[in-house]
Structures are given as C-alpha cells and as structure tokens.
Design a protein around this ligand. Structure first.
Ligand code: SIN
Ligand code: MN
Length: 240
C-alpha cells in the first residue's frame, strides 16, 4: 500500500514491480531491495521511460505550486547560459542539498544559490511524489525547477552529472502542455515524443536513465494553473 495517503484515490493502482534490466548494477539491486513493496503502475512506457498521467489532481497541483512559490522566493529564478555562452530559454532554480547550474564554466551541482544562500529544502509534496513513484527510501539531493515561458524549449541532452545512474530521475510537469522527446543513449537516431500535461510525472530509470531527451515546445496557455501561463518542470535526482 502507498505510504502517501494524499495519492490514494487518484486512480493509481498499486502493483508489485519486479522488472529489472541488464543495465542495473549490484548497487541497483540493493537499491531495488530498499524499495517499498508497491509502487503505482505507470500509464504508458516509451523506451522504458514511464509516464504517470494525472498523477497529481488539480488540488495537489495547486498546493504544490504554493510550496514552489516559497521556493522561488528563497532561491530566485536564474537565466542560465550554456557552456558555449548561449542563453537558455528556460529560467531555473533549485532546492535540496545541491542545485544544478549551467554557465560558461560548465554544467555542475553547487551547494549554494549564487546569492550565497543554501538552496531551500525540497518541498514535502515533491518528496512525496518521488517516494510514491520510486518506492525508494533514499531521497533526492536536488530538485531542479525549470520555468518555461512562451517559446521556451530544452535541447536534447542526457542527465549525466550524477555519481550513480542506478538511481532514477523523476520529473513532474505543472502548467502548460509540453512536447517531450525521447531519443537514444547516444545522440541522434530515431526519437519518439509524448505530450506531457499538468500533473503528469515521468520516471527515467534502469535502461532509460541515460536516454537523450528534451522539450521541443510548450503549448502556451493550455493550462490555467499558472495565471500568466507557462510551464514548471521539476527534476528530482540523487547526486552523490
Ligand atoms: C529536463 O530534462 O531537463 C526537463 C524535462 C522537462 O521539462 O520535461
Ligand atoms: Mn533532463
């Protein structure tokens, strides 16, 4: 049974999940043993990327948004640059032990916001999603918050700045719909895309952990969650 009563009754069916892939290491085996017995069943899987549609109902989205407003007040959004000096179209900030940064120096995790303050704690509602979909007792070290205004996108990339790829990456979508593209473990090749809507949760773990992925575009104004439109994506990762 799910430990998080808030998610029960939202159309999520608990199931025993036993499937492991050859990509998983011994450490991953141990991690799997540390999981709770039951995690919800995803709605769809694309190349091993699992999507839990409408995982958060509208009241859960509104209360999470409240917590995210406090997060952004404590750690204001930044306008990052790529290591090549190009401005990124998303604005971002973080919560947790580490924040993910990008600028001319490169991609990295840092333990403080550029203001000098430590990153705020990851909101409880966000940690609950991690625990519910992964079943892991180990909590994520970083919650990266990306804000997509009209026209923002995210180029194809791998999440590979973390020490241990046996931990999954969990991502939460809030606000406008986004076209999420899933590729391969090397750059290029055929891809598949899914539209993500507010309240959807994506897990990239096991064989899908290192797949290239990106956001081609958002459909501005498709959700009423954010008054001015736009999309928030939260990415949760274990860093070290
Ligand atoms: C990312 O992978 O960095 C963001 C994914 C998303 O916005 O859905
Ligand atoms: Mn990513």
């Amino acid at each position: 049974m799910l430990r998080f009563a808030g998610y029960i009754g939202m159309g999520i069916r608990p199931c025993n999940r036993t499937g492991q892939t050859k990509f998983m290491s011994c450490r991953a085996d141990r991690i799997m043993r540390e999981r709770q017995d039951t995690v919800p069943e995803p709605t769809i899987a694309v190349r091993g990327v699992t999507v839990f549609r409408e995982f958060l109902d509208s009241s859960a989205q509104v209360s999470m948004l409240e917590e995210l407003r406090d997060l952004v007040a404590a750690a204001p959004l930044l306008s990052p640059q790529t290591p090549y000096g190009r401005p990124m179209s998303v604005r971002m900030t973080s919560a947790g032990k580490y924040g993910w940064r990008s600028d001319r120096t490169g991609y990295r995790y840092e333990s403080r916001h550029p203001s000098g303050a430590p990153w705020p704690a990851i909101p409880g509602s966000v940690l609950s999603v991690w625990e519910a979909v992964t079943g892991l007792r180990r909590q994520p070290d970083c919650c990266l918050l990306n804000f997509y205004g009209a026209g923002a996108r995210m180029g194809m990339h791998q999440d590979r700045d973390e020490a241990d790829f046996s931990f999954p990456v969990v991502s939460v979508s809030l606000g406008d719909d986004a076209l999420f593209r899933i590729g391969n473990r090397t750059r290029g090749g055929r891809t598949e895309s899914v539209w993500l809507s507010s309240g959807d949760v994506v897990v990239m773990g096991g064989e899908s952990r290192l797949l290239y992925h990106g956001v081609d575009r958002i459909r501005h104004g498709t959700s009423g969650l954010l008054k001015e439109g736009g999309r928030i994506n939260l990415t949760l990762r274990v860093v070290d």
